[in-house]
Design a protein around this ligand. Structure first.
Ligand code: ZN
Length: 416
């Protein structure tokens, strides 16, 4: 069982004096431990823990036997700068308490960037605190991370995890290459990747990622490269090493990452509930209930609501005579008539209507007729290339970034 209370002496001992969050956030996945499990150590004057589920700031102080008036004043001071309803389970906190039980300092990590700090304003008289929200210092470095798809690590997430990185990086990489690789079906054992990315650390511990600068993915023997480039006055986008856009008219799929195709498009198929042969006018993706569903291209929402056997359904009209549809949703996040962008959330996976389990039925119409979305996506032309007048600037950036992928040293100091 993990200790919620860490005596100050344990933190101060040892070479690097582990900051509290390295202790308390070490297994931030098992944080649902109720605060009542806490055994108070009589001589502890430094408490570190993570916020339990379903608690309030007041209850948190009560759990640590902070005296009534003290706790009320502390909560009042915090409430002046922080919305108490935003207290999140699983976030680390510390209480620095004096031996007489009065609080000297309380810290609560709001998110990866911000720390709420309540300091005792005076040691004499009535309790008084000053609360501020401080930036958490982070270091940023550009690093190169590589990995391989094989029997054990048979998905991008698994390979990234093996490389010691977080799932956000896999999501980012999949996003960059989503126009070129279908991560649900295209990955092969032996596929390799390298990615140069801005990586944030806090006290030596991974704290998140900045943008991916360059990536190389060898998929089934095909070498794909992606380089981030921002045309003057434009927004950053990814290009191959010839300056061709990696963005497609359609995303590879309406699910963010590695969806599993559970039923393909066909003109005739036995319906799992109705029992008779019926065309399957789309692709079914197995996905957990609540997984985000995004629009595959920019367009206008033509339907957002219940639609018979399709259950909660969203339909989006796109340029060039296309219309996409997303069925069996558990929730819808757009309204009919809304103009939406590529990759914008339209709803969440569910099993509304005629569905045997949570999945996404994704359909695509071209000029009013259903087409096979997988083939259609593959055949659509890419987006705008780097403009000719910017090709020199692009080449300079590309060489620098691609250089990062093959640098001898794995880590380079960021120069921005
Ligand atoms: Zn279906």
């Amino acid at each position: 069982m993990r200790k919620l209370l860490v005596p100050a002496i344990a933190l101060l001992a040892g070479a690097a004096a582990l900051p509290y969050w390295m202790v308390s956030a070490a297994d931030s996945t098992s944080l649902a431990r109720p605060a009542t499990d806490v055994t108070l150590v009589s001589d502890a004057d430094f408490l570190a823990g993570v916020v339990p589920t379903r608690t309030t700031m007041s209850a948190l102080f009560q759990d640590h036997l902070i005296e009534g008036r003290e706790a009320v004043t502390l909560v009042g001071s915090i409430a002046e700068t922080f919305d108490l309803r935003r207290l999140r389970a699983g976030q680390p906190y510390t209480i620095d308490r004096m031996l007489d039980g009065r609080v000297r300092r309380f810290e609560y990590e709001i998110d990866g960037d911000r720390m709420l700090v309540a300091r005792r304003a005076s040691m004499d008289g009535a309790p008084r605190f000053i609360t501020t929200i401080d930036r958490i210092p982070k270091q940023t470095a550009v690093v190169m991370i590589e990995g391989e798809i094989n029997r054990e690590e048979n998905s991008l997430t698994a390979a990234i995890d093996k490389a010691g990185e977080r799932i956000e990086l896999a999501l980012g990489l999949a996003d960059v290459l989503s126009g070129e690789i279908d991560f649900s079906s295209d990955l092969q054992p032996g596929d390799r990747f390298r990615v140069a990315v801005e990586r944030h650390t806090r006290e030596g511990k991974l704290a998140g990622y900045g943008p991916i600068l360059a990536a190389e993915f060898v998929n089934d023997g095909r070498q794909l490269r992606a380089v981030r480039f921002t045309p003057e006055g434009g927004s950053p986008a990814y290009y191959d090493d010839q300056g061709r856009s990696l963005k497609r008219f359609f995303l590879k799929s309406p699910l963010k990452f590695e969806p599993r195709v559970t039923s393909r498009f066909s003109s005739s198929r036995k319906h799992p509930i109705l029992g008779y042969a019926r065309a399957h006018n789309g692709v079914d993706y197995g996905a957990g209930s609540g997984a985000p569903v995004v629009s595959v291209a920019p367009g206008v929402v033509t339907l957002a609501g219940w639609s018979g056997g399709g259950g909660r359904t969203v339909k989006v009209r796109h340029p060039n005579g296309y219309e996409s549809e997303y069925l069996h949703l558990s929730g819808i996040t757009v309204r009919a008539g809304a103009r939406i962008g590529q990759g914008e959330l339209v709803g969440r996976v569910g099993q509304s209507g005629l569905a045997t389990g949570p999945h996404l039925h994704y359909g695509l119409k071209k000029s009013g007729r259903y087409v096979n979305p997988v083939l259609e996506h593959r055949n659509m032309p890419p987006g705008e290339p780097v403009p000719a007048m910017l090709l020199n600037a692009f080449a300079t950036e590309r060489d620098r970034y691609i250089g990062l992928l093959f640098a001898r040293s794995q880590t380079k100091a960021a120069n921005n």
